[in-house]
Write a protein that binds this ligand. Structure first.
Ligand code: SAM
Length: 315
């Protein structure tokens, strides 16, 4: 199994939902211990694969605790790395599936968990490989695939909830409220499907090699579908169309989008007037709620149905 750290360090985790100022003293692996493990398995950390490894055993334990795992749970971990999360997941779950893309790290994980019967290591790309059905997903995600893997998990895996670590800026966009700078196309497409509750903030110094930005761990739950667009593809088509111009007013964003579709710009006014979203067109896109956008998308749906707009292409 995993070598236990012999060097103790004092670090802090910030628990967001309990007390933002609260800190906790914890133990951690030293940079030397991690780099020794990496050398042992011939791993040269690659930035493009998000290979920054969590040093802190107590943070790993906290993340696993947040998932409230029991032996009835089957858990998926994406990007096992050196197994710092896997170790604690294996202690709680009935079974743990770990997907890791990097051959050397697959060798390391296979070695470290050889004796652990409830862990299955899978070599592959989590974006393309078939995903196992699990009750929970717990991962310190490679940041370069954050968006794609999040939407894939929501589409393809029927989990109860997911505890996922993201770059701070990305996590802020997932949870943004209308009116904030972070409220974006990503926010709307994500919040249509799910909600993200921040759990803890983790400073970049807790990783080796140290990334530039801090991280946030969030709990993701599927959103009960209310309100629901008449056609999800048309909703996403419209969001992707108008939120390409996030600083514009609704009227101007609709006009530009219609122009790219080869449609009369003035149709924007007609859409706004016919929609029962209560919008005037002067609103800034960053201030419009998802509920209003759903009503607006239903008007777009009617325009497509009536042949006034071209049929929606895949978004
Ligand atoms: N879980 C470990 C930890 O917390 O220290 C490692 C986390 S590290 C941020 C991300 C891990 O994901 C790396 O081990 C990297 O090799 C792996 N990875 C990157 N892209 C991947 C992909 N497309 N599919 C599966 N694993 C991937």
């Amino acid at each position: 199994m995993y070598d236990h750290p012999n060097e103790m360090k004092r670090n802090e985790i910030i628990h967001l939902h309990e007390d933002r100022s609260m800190s906790m003293l914890v133990n951690s692996l030293s940079d030397i211990e991690i780099s020794t493990l990496l050398r042992k398995y011939g791993v040269q950390p690659k930035k493009k694969r998000g290979q920054s490894f969590l040093k802190d055993q107590n943070i790993a334990q906290e993340i696993v605790r947040a998932a409230e795992i029991t032996t009835d749970d089957t858990v998926l971990e994406i990007g096992g790395g050196l197994g710092v999360l896997t170790k604690w997941l294996a202690e709680e779950a009935g079974h743990v599936y770990v997907i890791e893309i990097e051959a050397c790290l697959v060798d390391a994980l296979t070695d470290l968990f050889r004796e652990t019967k409830n862990v299955t290591i899978i070599k592959g790309d989590a974006l393309t490989i078939g995903l196992p059905q699990v009750t929970k997903v717990v991962s310190n995600l490679p940041y370069s695939i954050s968006s794609e893997i999040t939407f894939r998990l929501l589409r393809d895996v029927n989990f109860d909830w997911a505890i996922l670590m993201y770059q701070k800026e990305f996590a802020n966009r997932l949870g943004a409220r209308p009116g904030s700078e972070d409220y974006s196309r990503l926010t709307i497409n994500f919040q249509y499907l799910a909600e993200a509750e921040p759990i803890m903030e983790i400073p970049s110094r807790m990783f080796y090699p140290q990334p530039v930005v801090d991280s946030i761990v969030v709990r993701i739950r599927r959103r009960p579908h209310d309100p629901q667009a008449r056609d999800i593809e048309i909703f996403q088509w419209m969001i992707n169309g108008i939120y390409s111009y996030p600083k514009k007013s609704l009227r101007n964003a609709l006009r530009i989008w219609f122009k790219t579709l080869g449609v009369e710009r003035n149709l924007a006014e007609e859409v706004i007037e016919q929609s029962e979203a209560g919008l005037t067109g002067d609103e800034h896109l960053r201030g419009i709620s998802i509920e209003s956008l759903v009503v607006l998308a239903d008007t777009i749906f009617e325009f497509v149905r009536d042949g006034k707009l071209p049929k929606a292409r895949g978004s």
